[in-house]
Design a protein around this ligand. Structure first.
Ligand SMILES: O=C(O)CCC(=O)C(=O)O
Length: 250
């Protein structure tokens, strides 16, 4: 019995993103939160201590309660329904926390980036490019707008596809959008707000970014990036069909 409807897959194809509400059970949310609090340097019972706290990554994605959000929920199976059964390695999602800021000024991020590109600080080797098929951001806390929402640009995967038809994948320095979108053409982004247990799938060539949190809650998100097992064979292919390597997308 599939988890995704043809309409949901069509929405992912059109937008490069698909929101799944209530993907996690209350127990999965509770266990993941407990795991995160094992590493947070603040008092769980005193929200005042959460302001400007840390660390951004309090436990690893290999923590059993964090891994369970991907593999004991329907989320991994949903990704396989889109990309292909056994096409993805059984990776996890890493915590990316955004703590409430003491400075309450807020503005919508103006630009996003593509993941997988070298920057001087991100550990990606220079001259290489990661090639993710599908990524997922999972909330284990309620996140309202301005609360550090994952921010994305629906449809930008199509712009990236057109761009890379005639240019090398390596041509986008640091994955920044100004190389792909000419000046003045970058559209308005969208904040993914949601409840604990909600998730968003986003295409590997979706422009996205984090945002500032001026709300009370800690932005407790888990982000998983998934490359096809055969990514090394296909990443530099100039493919006439954008969805050739998506076995479940028509
Ligand atoms: O924290 C977020 O919501 C997005 C993080 C991000 O842009 C990234 O990890 O590449």
């Amino acid at each position: 019995m599939p988890h995704l409807t043809p309409e949901q897959k069509a929405a992912f194809k059109a937008n490069g993103a698909l929101i799944i509400r209530n993907a996690l059970t209350p127990a999965q949310i509770r266990d993941a939160r407990d795991a995160l609090w094992e590493g947070i340097a603040a008092d769980r019972d005193d929200p005042e201590t959460w302001i400007d706290a840390g660390p951004r990554v309090p436990v690893g994605g290999d923590h059993p309660a964090i891994r369970a959000t991907v593999h004991d929920s329907p989320l991994f199976a949903m990704m396989e329904e889109m990309v292909g059964v056994d096409a993805l390695p059984k990776g996890s999602a890493g915590p990316h926390l955004v703590f409430p800021a003491s400075d309450k000024s807020w503005s919508m991020p103006e630009r996003g980036h593509l993941d997988g590109y070298y920057t001087p600080t991100n550990g990606v080797p220079e001259g290489t490019v990661g090639y993710m098929s599908i990524n997922v951001t999972i909330y284990v806390e309620d996140i309202d707008e301005k609360g550090g929402c994952f921010t994305y640009w629906p449809g930008s995967h199509n712009v990236a596809y057109e761009y890379f038809k005639t240019r090398s994948l390596l041509s986008v320095q640091g994955g920044i959008s100004s190389d792909v979108f000419p000046a003045g053409t970058f559209p308005q982004g969208q904040q993914f707000s949601g409840k604990a247990g909600d998730a968003i799938f986003w295409h590997g060539q979706m422009f996205h970014t984090g945002s500032k949190n001026i709300n009370r809650n800690i932005r407790m998100a888990l982000i998983g990036r998934f490359s096809r097992k055969d990514a090394n064979d296909i990443r530099f292919e100039t493919c006439g069909d954008q969805w050739a390597h998506w076995e479940g997308i028509e």
